[in-house]
Design a protein around this ligand. Structure first.
Ligand code: SF4
Length: 397
């Protein structure tokens, strides 16, 4: 007889598969779903993750499996996985055969509010569940001006497609402060990740410090549990300023561990931000300033060989850096559009091994939660292994 944990691992494997392969559905199945009312809709603050764009047609952001594993919804018409609607119930299916019923994620209350200057709060920060708000201060990256944007990234294409349609633009510190105060007060949120593309002339330091002041002022919290995401600065002493400003954690995304592949895939990070060695040095310095387990990096998994990614995760973990990996979804508008990512099993094995590395290095769930941009598969492994999910207390989600 399979145990609860067995069932959760099966649902987790399906999550990994449906991110890697996407899910096919007819957008018309959401016609009667209370999207933007009871259920949370997708907002394109940074990237389009679907296989194709769908401007003007709203999709749910994700759903729960029967035992509470959150699946993000990634549309791909040619996937063998599908979402179907039968007698008012939505199901995940494979090759047309029902696997299980799903429940869409509920919309947070702050999504229905506006800032004092009239900006819809849902365009300022996406609710990533589990009390985490993902704030994108900008939805563009200046690396594009020199044709040096990362090859897997579609931030600028997403802005061109959705920026005006969804009213998403540059955010001001007071707007972020007001939005987070509402999310913390109304929706039980308790931390945020602040990110965006490269800013021309690298003026982000002052901006990030202003955001910290605004968040403190509006939430009334000195320790507001924020992660600041930065490109490797030429002058590393800048990193101390973020710590002094009150950010609990910091992140710099190296994206690729193999030095030569990094050069080819991330030309702007190589040419304008000191190159691969400098990114590694930056992460090591960040761990000295912020402490072990208080620094995050990320590798876009599936572009380089698995061994290389794992070597990077292992090396950085030994320096106190939590290096996550995210599933490469070749997406519309990126230079790698039309490419294919590895098989779902490849990703599952990678995430399981990364979890093992983090365990050996002694990272706690609280540490990996506090420095994350979202709740990924490695978090799910921890939540199952440590019985942290609501289902262990008899609740579904
Ligand atoms: S630095 Fe690279 S990954 Fe980040 S927004 Fe710019 S192009 Fe995208």
């Amino acid at each position: 007889m399979s145990t609860l944990k067995d069932k959760l691992y099966q649902e987790l494997a399906l999550k990994v598969a449906t991110i890697a392969d996407g899910i096919n559905f007819d957008p018309a199945i959401f016609k009667d779903l209370d999207l933007g009312g009871r259920y949370q809709e997708e907002v394109h603050c940074l990237f389009e993750r679907a296989y194709e764009t769908h401007v003007g047609v709203k999709f749910p952001v994700g759903f729960y499996s029967p035992h509470g594993i959150i699946h993000p919804l990634r549309w791909h018409r040619r996937s063998s996985y599908s979402l179907i609607l039968e007698n008012g119930v939505y199901y995940l299916a494979h090759h047309g055969k029902i696997i299980y019923p799903v429940e869409f994620l509920e919309r947070p209350k702050y999504y229905g509010l506006k800032t004092s200057d009239g900006v819809a709060m849902q365009t300022l920060g996406v609710y990533a569940q589990y009390g985490l708000v993902s704030v994108a201060y900008s939805n563009e990256c200046s690396l594009k001006d020199q044709g040096q944007d990362c090859k897997f990234c579609n931030i600028n294409a997403t802005k061109e497609t959705y920026g005006e349609a969804e009213n998403i633009g540059w955010k001001y510190p007071h707007q972020i402060g007001e939005m987070l105060a509402a999310a913390y007060r109304l929706d039980g949120a308790g931390r945020f990740n602040l990110t965006g593309g490269f800013v021309a002339e690298r003026r982000e330091v002052e901006y990030y410090l202003d955001v910290a002041d605004a968040v403190r002022e509006h939430t009334g919290l000195d320790d507001f549990n924020g992660t600041v995401v930065i490109g490797a600065p030429h002058d590393l002493s800048i990193i101390d300023k973020y710590k002094e400003a009150g950010y609990r954690t910091i992140a710099s995304n190296i994206e690729i561990w193999d030095k030569d592949i990094f050069k080819a895939i991330c030309p702007g990070k190589e040419l304008q931000s000191g190159g691969w060695e400098h990114w590694v040095k930056t992460l090591e310095y960040e761990a000295k300033v912020f402490g072990r387990g208080r620094v995050r990096s990320n590798i876009v998994a599936g572009i380089e060989p698995k061994d290389s990614t794992l070597a990077g995760v292992e090396y950085l973990a030994s320096k106190g850096v939590v290096c996550m990996a995210t599933t490469w979804c070749p997406n519309p508008g990126s230079a790698l559009e039309g490419h294919r990512a590895p098989e779902p099993e490849w990703f599952y094995d990678l995430f399981e091994k990364i979890t093992g590395i983090f365990r050996r290095e002694g990272f706690s769930y609280e540490q990996i939660y506090d420095c994350s941009a979202g709740i990924g598969v490695v978090h799910d492994f921890y939540r199952i292994e440590d019985e942290l999910m609501p289902v262990f207390k008899g609740q579904v989600a």
